[in-house]
Write a protein that binds this ligand. Structure first.
Ligand SMILES: [Zn+2]
Length: 146
């Protein structure tokens, strides 16, 4: 499925799907990534720890080809899609990937099933200050962001 297919198949309003059904209320790129998750698999699948009842969350790191097809994803580095138990598909998008955090020395960071990342450094008690991941003073993993 491509952007064109979404535009023909669904009624869109400001880039949001308004047709009733499993993608209603989601951005127009969601059906494309959802199909990719089902057919080709994602970059990573997040499972809820110990609860098989919950569906896996499919993670995609955004590449240049994705941005060419979906310019609205400019600035987004990672998207996630998953299906709830009613069959509706949901999404999240992030301005950082796991690799971005690791590159800044937060080498013990993990993706969270519920939401976002658990940002951690193996060499200090890093903290989130005003929304920014921060190493302790003198941490050897502290490097400037590229
Ligand atoms: Zn640190």
């Amino acid at each position: 499925m491509k952007r064109n297919d979404v535009e023909q198949r669904y009624r869109l309003e400001h880039g949001v799907i308004r047709s009733p059904g499993k993608f209603e209320g989601e951005p127009l790129w969601v059906p494309v990534f959802w199909e990719r998750a089902l057919e080709d698999g994602s970059d990573e699948d997040l499972e809820d720890d110990g609860d098989a009842e919950f569906q896996p969350v499919s993670v995609f790191v955004i590449e240049n080809a994705d941005l060419l097809e979906f310019p609205e994803l400019e600035g987004i580095r990672e998207v996630r899609v998953w299906e709830d138990d009613q069959g509706f598909v949901h999404s999240d998008s992030y301005r950082r990937t796991l690799a971005d955090y690791v590159a800044r020395g937060f080498d013990a960071t993990t993706r969270e099933y519920d939401h976002g990342f658990r940002v951690r450094c193996s060499a200090c008690s890093s903290m989130i200050i005003n929304g920014v991941a921060t190493h302790e003073l003198g941490c050897p993993n502290n490097r400037r962001a590229p």
